[in-house]
Design a protein. Structure first.
Length: 276
């Protein structure tokens, strides 16, 4: 892979948006959380303009991490299943990384101690709605920022609805119409399926080509996402073949992303290759 992308070493300075539900140090160590920090940090070090988004889970200590609300970005209502849900945007800087993280917050969806499960270790009954709220909120916040990304890099299952919305509803939007979409697959998953809130919400919005989201297992969520992107990165051997097959069936190139775990600087030339 290094040889493949070496010719693009002199990359133009790009605007790169990262969307993930796990980012170190706000989430316990995992390959996903480490990449959620390492990728934007390295690209920021190389001079690219970076924005990073994640949910403001209740497990995140706002005082310790010095989160504060961005008043000018808050106050948007995001419609989920015909109900207006107020969006609160918070921001914090990662010490030593020189990057800011934008947190998507809402009292109904994220003001709870657990991340995805309750005190009895049961999946929250609205995780589907929470996922959809997160995805739609990122899109609305980027437009409110007035910031046009060149590359949007998705990670984790809570980002899976966003590519479909970008392709269908924002393909001619001046903020998103030229963006290249990348999905990194880490094999993160959950047992069973999400609640019907994500399905009903997407149907209410008139999302087309959403067959996979009608039975929102983790495999189906990723399968429904990867067919809308420009490239998929397989980050380890835990990734389900169902997800890979979905991308390849849609004509989306699937690349071995393991090299980026060890040397995230290689992303620089990979991103530029998307514009060739």
């Amino acid at each position: 892979m290094k040889d493949k992308f070496r010719t693009f070493a002199s990359m133009a300075k790009r605007r790169i948006l990262y969307v993930s539900h796990e980012i170190k140090p706000y989430f316990p160590d995992s390959d996903l959380a480490k990449a959620g920090l390492a990728f934007p940090k390295k690209m920021n070090d190389k001079g690219h303009e970076i924005r990073v988004f994640m949910p403001r889970f209740g497990s995140i200590n706002e005082r310790r991490h010095q989160l504060h609300e961005v008043i000018r970005l808050s106050g948007i209502n995001v419609v989920i299943n015909d109900l207006d849900q107020p969006l609160i945007i918070k921001v914090a800087s990662i010490p030593g990384a020189r990057i800011q993280v934008y947190f998507i917050d809402n009292e109904d969806y994220f003001k709870r101690k657990g991340t995805w499960v309750d005190k009895e270790n049961k999946f929250y009954k609205d995780n589907g709605e929470r996922t959809l709220f997160f995805c739609k909120s990122v899109i609305e916040t980027i437009k409110k920022l007035g910031w046009k990304p060149d590359v949007i890099h998705f990670m984790g299952w809570m980002s899976t609805a966003m590519p479909a919305y970008l392709r269908q509803f924002n393909s001619e939007d001046p903020y998103f119409n030229d963006a290249k979409l990348v999905y990194s697959l880490f094999g993160d998953s959950f047992d069973g399926k999400l609640d019907s809130g994500i399905t009903k919400g997407m149907e209410f919005d008139g999302v087309e080509n959403m067959e996979e989201f009608k039975k929102p297992t983790s495999d189906n969520l990723f399968a429904g996402a990867v067919k809308h992107v420009d490239a998929v990165l397989k980050m380890n051997d835990k990734v389900s073949q169902v997800q890979i097959d979905a991308a390849e069936s849609a004509g989306v190139k699937v690349l071995d992303g393991k090299v980026f775990i060890d040397t995230p600087a290689e992303l620089d030339s990979f991103y530029e290759s998307l514009f060739e």
